[in-house]
Design a protein around this ligand. Structure first.
Ligand code: AMP
Ligand code: GLY
Length: 428
């Protein structure tokens, strides 16, 4: 079958590789794709958040399946438009994608379905938001309501900084319309885990848990980013706990959306904190995680394209996801300055050498080809993923490969999956 994949990041690079491994996929078209994806797929440069442009591309290439990677097209109604034109789509309609697009909507549904989450309230007025924040006490959690590429959240002990965060969002226009409403939440203390499942609207098939590193610097210091690395599975999330999360969080949300008449078809993502009182949802996303996908898909033995197609056509019942026993570690190589301002256009070298390390795949995120050279084109440039029989081997391979990659100012965290490796060695 011919598959159209939408998106251009590291997640889509990993999805493209997983689709290409499927014997069912005879042709892959990616829009807009990136130079990494372009090595094995046809790439078309269109605005994937424009439903009309995507439908017109689909009319030209007639895919048997469209797989949507990022949130922007989902929230813009691209899946709705494709379905209206008869294409099977892996990615929810606009209405179901609101679980990601509006934090207050997600909170309401969680409350109705008794899905455990941080208590939170939405505000449009600074004084009311500050009063609620003071009632909860530190650490303070201030969120922009809408989409802000993972950067709309402020978690701080410092009251003055929290008040400024509220003002910046509500009055200062930081994060634009996404910040016109703020959500003030109780602080959740505990290790984080991401559970992502395929959903056909009724049935879900979960992937193993993964863990993402949101902060820019080692030791979870620095600013929140789109994600600096990931690993899977997660030793602190037992099979029983993962099964409970699937039942009580993922299936509960899929059932709630189905009951509203807005079934969720695609990858449903719950980000949770494992608190002493049990798992609590931090956020829902309407898609695979980035960079979790770069550590999940290399482990999946089942046919990824078949799972996406079964989700898109309501046929997940009875399907199972098979994983290899190898673990996977994905390290993001980012531009100097990220998540703040950073240079682009810097020449990247050493990817082939990195990929010659056993078990390693290098996924492009922010890259472009210009003047015949591969160059940086964003904050997160590459994700270096390594499989290994345990975390010690997978980390060693990942970091050996990272050391082969060069561009001016390249940086990354050095402690991705360290927690898992220490646990594995019985030290944590
Ligand atoms: P979000 O965009 O909602 O995923 O938030 C980004 C990051 O901020 C999360 O991955 C957490 O590390 C942190 N965070 C968000 N909400 C909370 C909370 N209620 N308690 C503690 N940390 C939080
Ligand atoms: N890794 C977090 C996200 O994809 O939102």
């Amino acid at each position: 079958m011919k598959v159209l994949l939408l998106g251009s990041g590291g997640r889509e690079s990993a999805m493209a590789a997983a689709l290409q491994r499927s014997p069912a996929v005879t042709e892959l078209v990616a829009a807009p794709g990136n130079p990494g994806i372009g090595r094995t797929a046809e790439v078309c440069s269109i605005d994937v958040a424009d439903p009309a442009a995507v439908v017109s591309l689909a009319e030209r290439c007639r895919p048997a399946l469209v797989v949507v990677g990022p949130e922007a097209p989902l929230v813009a109604g691209v899946s709705d438009a494709l379905r209206a034109n008869g294409y099977p789509v892996f990615g929810p309609d606009k209405e179901a994608a609101r679980i990601e697009g509006s934090k207050s909507f997600a909170k309401e549904l969680m409350e109705c379905s008794e899905i455990p989450t941080a208590r939170g309230r939405s505000f449009n007025e600074v004084s009311l938001a500050v009063a609620h924040m003071d009632a909860l006490g530190p650490p303070y959690v201030v969120k922009a309501d809408g989409l802000a590429a993972g950067k709309g959240v402020l978690v701080t002990q410092d009251r003055a900084e929290a008040v400024m965060g509220i003002e910046e969002r509500l009055v200062g226009g930081r994060f634009g319309d996404a910040g016109r409403t703020v959500v003030i939440e109780e602080f959740l203390d505990g290790e984080e885990v991401s559970v992502i499942a395929f959903s056909d609207g009724r049935t879900v098939v979960p992937c193993p848990p993964a863990q993402d590193y949101k902060r820019a610097l080692d030791g979870d210091k620095g600013l929140n980013t789109g994600g600096m690395g990931s690993y899977s599975p997660v030793p602190s999330c037992s099979d029983e706990l993962a099964a409970a999360i699937t039942d009580e969080v993922i299936e509960a949300m899929v059932a709630a959306l189905a009951a509203r008449g807005t079934p969720f078809i695609g990858a449903i993502y719950a980000g949770l904190a494992l608190t002493t009182e049990g798992p609590r949802v931090i956020e829902f996303n309407a898609r695979f995680g980035d960079p979790e996908t770069q550590a999940l898909l290399p482990r999946i033995e089942s046919d990824f394209a078949e799972l996406c197609l079964a989700s898109a056509t309501g046929q997940l019942e009875g399907m199972k996801l098979h994983c290899r026993s190898d673990v996977c570690v994905a390290v993001v190589v980012a531009s100097e300055g990220y998540p703040g301002p950073h240079k682009t256009g810097l020449v990247i070298e050493g990817i082939e050498e990195a990929e010659s390390v056993a078990g390693v795949e290098v996924f492009h995120s922010g890259t472009r080809l210009s003047e015949g050279m591969l160059r940086t084109d964003g904050g997160r440039v590459l994700a270096v993923s390594a499989l290994g029989q345990d975390f010690s081997q997978a980390r060693a391979r990942a970091y050996q490969a990272v050391s082969c990659v060069h561009f001016e100012g390249a940086l990354g965290r050095t402690d991705i999956a360290l927690r898992a490796e220490l646990k594995e060695r019985g030290r944590a």
